[in-house]
Design a protein around this ligand. Structure first.
Ligand SMILES: [Zn+2]
Length: 255
């Protein structure tokens, strides 16, 4: 037989077990309620790992390519190249202010023949001109001969005036031929243009300083009515303008 005390203990134990079981059921319901998301949110994506680009290779400063400007074409102003004897051993004196042009008034000739005449006929010390330009007779057509006066930078004997200014300060150039009758050859004109440009650049002269013998003295037709003095002056101006333009262009290249 089971005592009353023992019966009460069993009943209490049964109640405790049932309470516990019931409690578990209610608690489960509550857990289900809180386990559901309150807000309809999408599952948060996992943080993606963005790959970091690889750093550029370390490069020493000195190894970096240095941008260099493209090479410019070499430009030089056009200049007249001096032929042998054009620049005397002692240099060109700062005494020449004019260039006086002549013809020989002969069909043929050259520096040697004229030097002989000037010494022996006119009784001068030597050839009176500073330069002679041949016409293909004694020398080849367009040949520029340098007189001994130019080599010595000596006063000329080609253009006498009252004050002798054009002998003292004028460079005498004689073209072989009689240009009252014929015109100078194209080779002679090319040579006189070249020589006049060279001398003008060396002595600081311009077209205004290019004179004819007769234009200075008004006592002779030299260098003849068929000698194109205006062409020589114009060609000098054009050549000097071009040289000036070339020099400015060259100077601007460096800026
Ligand atoms: Zn003359």
């Amino acid at each position: 037989m089971m005592g009353v005390g023992k019966g009460l203990k069993l009943a209490a134990g049964f109640i405790l077990i049932c309470g516990a079981v019931g409690g578990c059921a209610d608690q489960k319901k509550g857990m289900d309620r809180f386990s559901k998301p309150i807000f309809a949110t999408k599952p948060r994506p996992r943080n993606r790992v963005i790959p970091t680009p690889a750093p550029p290779p370390v490069q020493h400063y000195a190894q970096r390519p240095v941008p260099r400007p493209a090479p410019r074409p070499l430009q030089r102003p056009q200049t007249v190249v001096a032929e042998p004897g054009w620049i005397p051993p002692g240099g060109i004196k700062n005494r020449w202010r004019e260039i006086v042009l002549h013809h020989s008034a002969t069909a043929k000739g050259g520096a040697v023949a004229f030097d002989h005449e000037h010494r022996n006929v006119r009784k001068w010390d030597e050839l009176g001109y500073h330069f002679v330009i041949g016409n293909g007779t004694d020398t080849y057509d367009g040949k520029i001969e340098v007189g001994s006066r130019w080599t010595k930078q000596k006063t000329g004997a080609h253009c006498k005036t009252g004050d002798n200014f054009y002998n003292e300060h004028g460079i005498g150039i004689c073209l072989v031929g009689n240009f009252q009758n014929t015109s100078p050859t194209s080779a002679q004109m090319a040579s006189v243009d070249k020589l006049v440009l060279f001398l003008s650049q060396q002595c600081g002269l311009s077209a205004a300083n290019i004179k004819s013998h007769g234009g200075v003295t008004h006592k002779t037709d030299c260098p003849g009515r068929r000698f194109p003095l205006s062409t020589v002056k114009r060609n000098l101006s054009l050549a000097q303008s071009k040289m000036q333009t070339d020099m400015l262009a060259t100077a601007n290249v460096g800026r």
